[in-house]
Design a protein around this ligand. Sequence first.
Ligand SMILES: CC(=O)[C@@H](O)[C@H](O)COP(=O)(O)O
Ligand SMILES: NCC(=O)COP(=O)(O)O
Length: 241
Amino acid sequence: MTHLSVNLNKIGLLRNSRGRDYPNLVDMAERTLKLGAFGITIHPRPDQRHATYQDAYDLKELMKRYPEAELNIEGFPDAQFLSVVLEVEPHQCTLVPDDPNQLTSDHGWNVARDQDALRPVIAKLKEKGIRVVLFMDPVAENMAIAKEVGADRVELYTEAYANSYGKEGSTDVLNQYQEAAQAALDAGLEVNAGHDLDLDNVQALCESGRIAEVSIGHALTVEALNYGWDNVVKAYLNKLA
Ligand SMILES: CC(=O)[C@@H](O)[C@H](O)COP(=O)(O)O
Ligand SMILES: NCC(=O)COP(=O)(O)O
């Protein structure tokens, strides 16, 4: 079974569009946990275009009432992000090598190049008991160094998989992800996955049993416009059971 962590960035985007607390992100998080989701993910970016740093504190309070569930905070480890994460102490922190001006996340870490910067950051997070995940492209050869710099898990960046799904050559792409996942497991890492996953493509990625957790937000929110939030969350849970 693969755990579902629902990314609420797009709920934050909708909320911020009117400068009011509607929809309330914490209410949506609680609704999602009550439906059976394993966790909640937010990715506060420096411009706080959607999820905010305050959301992290507010969700931390919510999670105290759901001890079985997890909070995952994703982001680039700049000083502000790290200060918030070290205060909030989420169950999991996923480090993403995003530039502040990127539209969205679109690449994984170059751990070999960035290892000197990553090591102390990872160590500081782990001192607080936070599980540390590195957002990575699906390259099997890069998994050992992710372990070596101290990560507990990798999150496979799945946009390429999503783009290939249902098209010619999709099996080769899926095999690349499975090989990268196996290499991570062989290195002593657990494996998460995320970005552009949806109700159509998620099951084929996860049925091998290698993926511990998927974090899904954008497509889930769009699908909810068509089928309803509760129905979509339950549909993901069925696909991942
Ligand atoms: C790291 C990743 O792929 C996603 O978690 C990211 O949170 C998407 O960010 P946006 O919601 O800003 O597109
Ligand atoms: N880490 C992936 C995530 O949290 C959500 O990505 P997406 O489903 O919004 O593309």
